[in-house]
Write a protein of this length. Structure first.
Length: 305
C-alpha cells in the first residue's frame, strides 16, 4: 500500500454503508483469531485490534472515502488514478492498479517519485476475512528500478465486536546491488513504511474513538428521552388528579350549601317554636294571675270593698 505511502479505492460499497453493515446472523459465524496465511513477510509493522467490523476496516484502508483522502493529503500523495477491480482468470483473484506521485527527501536529494501499485485480493470473505497483497514499483530516483516493496494486509473478524489488522512487508530486489546501497534502501523503505503504518493506525484509533463517542451520545440521548417522559406523565397524572379534585369540589359545593341552608332553616324553626312556647307560657301565667285576683276580690268582706 505504501510507496513511501499509499492508498486505494473502494471495492464495492461506500464507507457510510459499510459502517452500518452487520452480519445477518452472528450465531452462524465461526470467528478466526488468526489469518489463514502459512507465513508472513519479513517484518511486522502493525498487529492491532479495533472495535469495528472487518468490512469497515477494509473500507477504511482501501476505500475511496474521506478517511483515506485525509491520509493522502497528510502524506502529500498526489494525482491518484484508480484502476478497476478485474478478476484474474488464471488465479481466480481480483486485482487492480493504482498510480500516484509523492515527493521523497533523502540524502540523495529531493525527488518526485512516480509510484505504481498492484493490489491483489488473496482472500475475500465479507464479514470474516480479507487478505490483500500489494507490490509497489517506484520511478524517478536512482536505484528505484533495482527493487520493489511488497506489503500484506491481513484483516480478520476477531470476534463479534472487534477486527484485527496485521501489516507485514519486505523489500524484494530485481537487480543486484552492493551491501552499502542495500542497507541504504532498506533503511529508507522501513522508515517510510513504519511512518505511514503508524499514522494509519493512529487514524484508525481516532475513528474508533469517534464511533464510541457517537454511540455513547446516542445511548445518552435515548436514555434522556426515556427519562423525560416520566416527569411529563407525572405532571399529566397530577394535573388530572387536580382536575378531578376540582370537579369533585365543585360538584359537592351545592350539596354543602343545601345542608347549610337546611341547618339554618331548622335553627330558625326551633327558635320560633321556643318563642311561641314562651309567649303561651306568659299568657297562661297572666290568665292565672287574673283568675286568682278575681277570686281573692270575691272573698273579701263587703266593708273592705
Amino acid at each position: 500500500m505504501f510507496c513511501s505511502k499509499s492508498s486505494t479505492q473502494s471495492i464495492e460499497h461506500p464507507l457510510r454503508l459499510v459502517e452500518s453493515s452487520q452480519c445477518a446472523d452472528d450465531e452462524n459465524i465461526t470467528y478466526l483469531r488468526t489469518c489463514t496465511c502459512e507465513s508472513h513477510l519479513a517484518k511486522t509493522y502493525a498487529d492491532r485490534l479495533f472495535s469495528f467490523n472487518v468490512d469497515t476496516l477494509f473500507e477504511l484502508l482501501f476505500g475511496d472515502n474521506s478517511f483515506t483522502r485525509a491520509f493522502h493529503n497528510a502524506h502529500k500523495l498526489l494525482d491518484y488514478t484508480y484502476g478497476e477491480w478485474i478478476l484474474n482468470i488464471d488465479t481466480g483473484k481480483r486485482e487492480r492498479q493504482v498510480t500516484y506521485k509523492t515527493v521523497n527527501q533523502s540524502a540523495l536529494g529531493t525527488n518526485t517519485l512516480f509510484c505504481r501499485e498492484k493490489q491483489i485480493l488473496e482472500v475475500e470473505k465479507p464479514h470474516l476475512m480479507y487478505i490483500l497483497n500489494t507490490e509497489i514499483y517506484n520511478e524517478g530516483m536512482r536505484y528505484t528500478d533495482a527493487f520493489y516493496v511488497t506489503t500484506r494486509f491481513c484483516m480478520i473478524q476477531y470476534d463479534a465486536e472487534h477486527s484485527s489488522l496485521q501489516v507485514t512487508a519486505e523489500t524484494r530486489y530485481i537487480k543486484n546491488v552492493n551491501g552499502f546501497i542495500k542497507t541504504f534502501i532498506e533503511k529508507n523503505v522501513n522508515s517510510s513504511i513504519q511512518g505511514a503504518v503508524n499514522e494509519q493506525v493512529r487514524r484508525l484509533e481516532n475513528h474508533q474513538i469517534t464511533n464510541i463517542d457517537k454511540k455513547s451520545k446516542q445511548k445518552l440521548m435515548s436514555s434522556s428521552q426515556t427519562d423525560s417522559k416520566i416527569p411529563i406523565d407525572n405532571i399529566t397524572s397530577q394535573k388530572q388528579t387536580d382536575e378531578n379534585s376540582s370537579i369533585n369540589t365543585t360538584s359537592l359545593s351545592p350539596f354543602k350549601l343545601s345542608i347549610q341552608e337546611k341547618t339554618i332553616t331548622g335553627e330558625c324553626r326551633l327558635y320560633n317554636i321556643g318563642l311561641v312556647i314562651i309567649i303561651c307560657f306568659l299568657l297562661v301565667h297572666i290568665y292565672l294571675w287574673y283568675k286568682l285576683n278575681s277570686i281573692e276580690q270575691a272573698l273579701l268582706p263587703p266593708e273592705t270593698i
